[in-house]
Design a protein around this ligand. Structure first.
Ligand SMILES: NC(=O)c1ccc[n+]([C@@H]2O[C@H](COP(=O)([O-])OP(=O)(O)OC[C@H]3O[C@@H](n4cnc5c(N)ncnc54)[C@H](O)[C@@H]3O)[C@@H](O)[C@H]2O)c1
Length: 320
C-alpha cells in the first residue's frame, strides 16, 4: 500500500502487508515503488476527502485528487499495467433534483472535492479509450461511493483519518465523550423527520465490491462504473436513534442550520450494481452493524491512546 500519511498518523496495516510511505505525485517515488512491487493492477483510494476543506483549499484537492490520478495513470501505462479500480464519490452528482441518483444522472458537482473526482473519472476514461488499440488496453472500474461507514468487525481496521466530517465518526466520538454533543445540520428540511437523508454503506460491503470489480476486470475488459450504496436512505436523526439503541447510551444533539451545499437527500439507485453482481449480499442489519462496529473501533482506538507508552530506550552511555 502507498500512502503519504497526510491523513493518517502512521501505517495502519499489519506487518505482513508492505507499506510504501510516499506521495503519488512524486514521480521518482512512484517509479521506485512500482519497480519494487511490479503490481498487476491498482486499487486507487488515495486522495483528499473533506468537502468544506476543498472549498478553502481547492488547489490541494485538484492536486491530490486529479493530478495524483494523472501521475498514477502515467506510471501504469508506461508499464502496461492494465487494471485500475478507482474510488469516486456521489459528490459528482452535486445536488440532484430527485434525491435518488443513477449513474446517468447529471454530473454537476458543487465543490472542488466533487469536481476533482469528476476530473479524475474523465482522465481515467479518456486514457482507457485511448489505450483500446494498445497491446494491453486499460481496464477500469469506477466506484461511486455513497456514505461509507463502519469498521472491520474483527477490528483489524477502521476509520482513523486525522480530519473527518463523517456523521458516523462524529456519532461515535460523541458516544465516547470526545465531544459534548452532535450537531444535526438541518432539522426542518423536506424529509420525513426534517434531517438530511443519506445512503450509508458498510465498509465491508464496499470492500467486497472492490474485490468483485477487480476480479471482473481480470476476465472482462468492459469498463465498469457503478454507484455503491444500498439504495436505502437513512436520515441523520434515524442514525442518532439507531446509535442510542445499539449503544444503550444517550446521544446529545444540537439542532444547527443546514450546511451550505449539503443535498437534502442523496440516495443511490444501485440497480446497475445489483445487475452486475446479483449475489452481492450486504451485512445483516447494516445500520446497526455500521454503528456497532464503528463504536467498537473507536473504543479500541481510545484504549490504545490511553495505554501507557513503552519506556524510551536508555540513553547511550556518555564517553565523558
Ligand atoms: N469515506 C467516504 O464516505 C467516501 C465517500 C466517497 C468517496 N470516498 C473516497 O474513498 C477514498 C478513501 O476515502 P477515506 O474516507 O478512506 O479517506 P482517508 O483520508 O482516510 O483516505 C485517503 C488516504 O489518501 C492518502 N493520500 C492523500 N493524498 C495522497 C497522495 N498524494 N499520495 C499518497 N497518499 C495520499 C491520505 O493520507 C489518506 O490516508 C477517497 O478517494 C475518497 O474520495 C470516500
Amino acid at each position: 500500500m502507498i500512502d503519504d500519511l497526510s491523513n493518517i498518523a502512521h501505517n495502519p496495516l499489519p506487518a505482513r502487508i508492505d507499506f510504501y510511505p510516499g506521495d503519488l505525485r512524486d514521480p521518482v517515488f512512484l517509479k521506485q515503488t512500482f519497480d519494487a512491487v511490479s503490481p498487476a493492477g491498482v486499487l486507487h483510494f488515495a486522495g483528499a476527502v473533506v468537502v468544506p476543506e476543498s472549498l478553502e483549499r481547492p488547489l490541494t484537492y485538484y492536486s491530490r485528487n486529479s493530478y495524483a490520478t494523472l501521475r498514477l495513470l502515467g506510471e501504469m501505462r508506461r508499464r502496461s499495467i492494465d487494471k485500475l479500480v478507482f474510488s469516486s464519490t456521489a459528490a459528482v452528482y452535486g445536488i440532484p433534483a430527485t434525491g435518488v441518483v443513477s449513474e446517468t444522472s447529471p454530473l454537476l458537482p458543487i465543490n472542488p472535492y466533487g469536481q476533482s473526482k469528476l476530473f479524475s473519472e474523465k482522465i481515467i476514461l479518456d486514457v482507457q479509450a485511448a489505450s483500446s488499440s494498445h497491446h494491453r488496453p486499460l481496464r477500469t472500474a469506477i466506484l461511486r461511493y455513497f456514505n461509507v461507514a463502519g469498521a472491520d468487525q474483527s477490528l483489524r481496521t477502521g476509520q482513523q483519518g486525522k480530519s473527518t466530517t463523517h456523521l458516523v465518526k462524529r456519532i461515535v466520538q460523541t458516544l465516547t465523550g470526545q465531544q459534548p454533543h452532535l450537531h444535526v445540520f438541518g432539522t426542518n428540511l423536506t424529509t420525513p423527520d426534517g434531517s438530511c437523508v443519506r445512503d450509508y454503506i458498510h465498509v465491508r460491503d464496499l470492500v467486497d465490491l472492490h474485490v468483485r470489480a477487480y476480479r471482473r476486470l481480470e476476465v472482462d475488459p468492459a469498463p465498469l462504473l457503478f454507484n455503491c450504496g444500498y439504495g436505502q436512505g437513512a436520515s441523520v436523526l434515524s442514525m442518532v436513534a439507531c446509535a442510542e439503541q445499539v449503544s444503550r447510551r444517550s446521544l446529545p444533539t444540537v439542532a444547527s442550520p443546514p450546511r451550505k451545499g449539503d443535498p437534502v437527500r442523496l440516495v443511490a439507485d444501485n440497480s446497475r450494481l445489483r445487475h452486475l453482481f446479483p449475489d452481492w449480499t450486504p451485512v445483516p442489519n447494516p445500520l446497526q452493524t455500521i454503528i456497532a462496529s464503528a463504536l467498537a473501533w473507536e473504543e479500541q482506538l481510545l484504549a490504545r491512546q490511553m495505554s501507557p507508552r513503552p519506556a524510551p530506550p536508555p540513553a547511550p552511555a556518555s564517553d565523558a
